[in-house]
Design a protein around this ligand. Structure first.
Ligand code: GDP
Ligand code: GDP
Length: 438
């Protein structure tokens, strides 16, 4: 349901700069297709109230051969997955033959295309635009990505046609899905489809007849021990005929959409392959999107003791930044420990959506302060008076007091741990906001 915007243009027109303006992700997801000379980045777009997925397609110059051709083809695939394309050109350099070639590609794509003239800061806009009318791509959209100028207006224009669709899709998902929506994501071949099949094949599971198939992913509602869930199947389990297709069918956009649609996301990692950057990026993306995360280290069967030790160390080392995420070691193939995922899914969901009273939060704050006072600053002790919930998914706790701006990081960490422990918050970061009356 979330719209996807692709950024296209020859190298150096300012795509990365615009990408950074449009995203607030800590981690852009990077496609690690072999042979790419430049990364294609996927980010969680946020401009004003709009949320969307943005893809920086890397450079297309229009006359690629060899590796560049492969890259261009990947970019074109990304364009296929996009709902709208921002075609960037350089307002300082004027029309370039490569722009014309890209325009040809784009015209064939049948997507809404916005011709965006970048770098219009400090130059005469009319003159900068004049060159590009001849491309016949309709209105021109002047921006200065490095200054953020024109970006908000542009995104408003691009997303306006989707507003209704997004609402309809949201309603639709609410109708078609039941209970907690569980996303299963991971790199190709980590065992997503095997896991989805295993989860649906459990004794206690009753799958409803009609999965929703109107969107990119398939929604499979089911019950387990009389509790309702909906699996979001990105792997295409229910549609796929040949296992071999999986690798080609793997799509980061599909993955990101599933994450957006899910309440809790199982990130599947292949124990027999070590953790790679993309696994970590995917986890980062889930957290950026404010979704709960559960880690499943799959293919735990058939591993030697040494290999197991090695992976456990790797997990400790590389997933140390999310100590609150529960890690399950499973075998989707044999079903080992798959059922255990549910307790974590439930707890994680609770953590993401729970509501706590101001009383309760303030009491936890008071207990924390009694246990360990905040430090003195300039002869006065930092005071923390009360706490209330500022939001959920991820949970946000607002702490009020005096001189909170001087609160050391270590103390904030201490508070976070306290709240986490008392409220049993798992699978999600907690965001804190400190407000000061002086
Ligand atoms: P990409 O190769 O298309 O991703 O382009 P980049 O985002 O890396 O930008 C290429 C160069 O153009 C960098 O030096 C940017 O600082 C510069 N640039 C990007 N946007 C603007 C802009 O709005 N105004 C100006 N003056 N320079 C910009
Ligand atoms: P997907 O691309 O992530 O959906 O991965 P698949 O579910 O298609 O699995 C890829 C390959 O890994 C298949 O050959 C599976 O049989 C195998 N596989 C999946 N789960 C396990 C597991 O728990 N143990 C082992 N040994 N193999 C597995």
């Amino acid at each position: 349901m979330i719209p996807v915007i692709a950024l296209v243009g020859r190298p150096n027109v300012g795509k990365s700069t615009l990408f950074n303006q449009m995203t607030r992700s800590r981690d852009a997801l990077v496609a690690d297709y072999p042979g790419l000379t430049r990364d294609r980045k996927y980010g969680d777009g946020k401009v004003g109230e709009h949320e969307f997925i943005v893809i920086d397609t890397g450079g297309i110059s229009g006359d690629e051969v060899g590796i560049d051709e492969k890259m261009a083809r990947q970019s074109l695939l990304a364009i296929e997955e996009a709902d709208a394309v921002l075609f960037l050109v350089d307002g300082r350099h004027g029309l370039n033959p490569a722009d014309e070639m890209i325009a040809d590609h784009l015209r064939r794509s049948n997507k809404p295309i916005y011709l965006v003239v970048n770098k219009t800061d400090g130059i005469n806009e009319d003159i900068a635009l004049a060159d590009f009318y001849s491309m016949g791509l309709g209105d021109l959209h002047p921006i200065a990505a490095s200054h953020g100028k024109g970006v908000h207006v542009l995104v408003d224009k691009v997303l306006l046609p989707f507003a209704e669709r997004i609402q309809e899709a949201r309603d639709q998902i609410d109708i078609e899905s039941k209970g907690i929506r569980i996303g299963v994501v991971g790199r190709p071949n980590v065992g997503k489809s095997t896991l989805v099949n295993r989860m649906l094949g459990e004794d206690r599971v009753v799958v409803f007849d009609m999965p929703g198939t109107t969107r990119d992913s398939v929604y499979i509602p089911y019950t387990r021990y009389d509790k309702e869930y909906t699996l979001i199947d990105t792997a295409g389990v229910r549609r796929r005929k040949h296992i071999k297709e999986a690798v080609e069918k793997f799509s980061i956009v599909k993955t990101l959409k599933a994450i957006q649609d899910a309440n809790v996301v199982i990130v599947v990692i292949d124990a027999q392959e070590d953790l790679v950057e993309q696994d970590l990026h995917m986890i980062g993306y889930v957290l950026d999107a404010g979704r709960g995360v559960v880690i499943a280290i799959n293919k735990w069967d058939g591993m030697t003791k040494d290999d197991r030790e090695h992976i456990k160390k790797e997990v400790e080392r590389r997933l140390g930044f999310i100590p609150y995420a529960k890690v399950h070691y499973i075998s989707a193939l044999h079903g080992t420990a798959v059922g255990d995922l549910y307790d974590t899914i439930e707890d994680t969901y609770e953590s993401c959506y729970a509501k706590w009273s101001t009383n309760r939060l303030t009491r936890i704050l008071e207990d924390a302060v009694a246990e360990h006072q905040p430090p003195m600053v300039k002869g006065r002790r930092i005071k923390l008076r009360y706490a209330h919930q500022g939001g959920s998914n991820p949970p946000r706790i607002v702490v009020h007091g005096n001189q909170t701006g001087s609160l050391p990081g270590s103390y904030k960490k201490f508070l976070e741990n306290k709240f986490r422990q008392v409220l049993h918050i798992m699978g999600t970061p907690i965001s804190f906001e400190f407000k000061s009356s002086d």
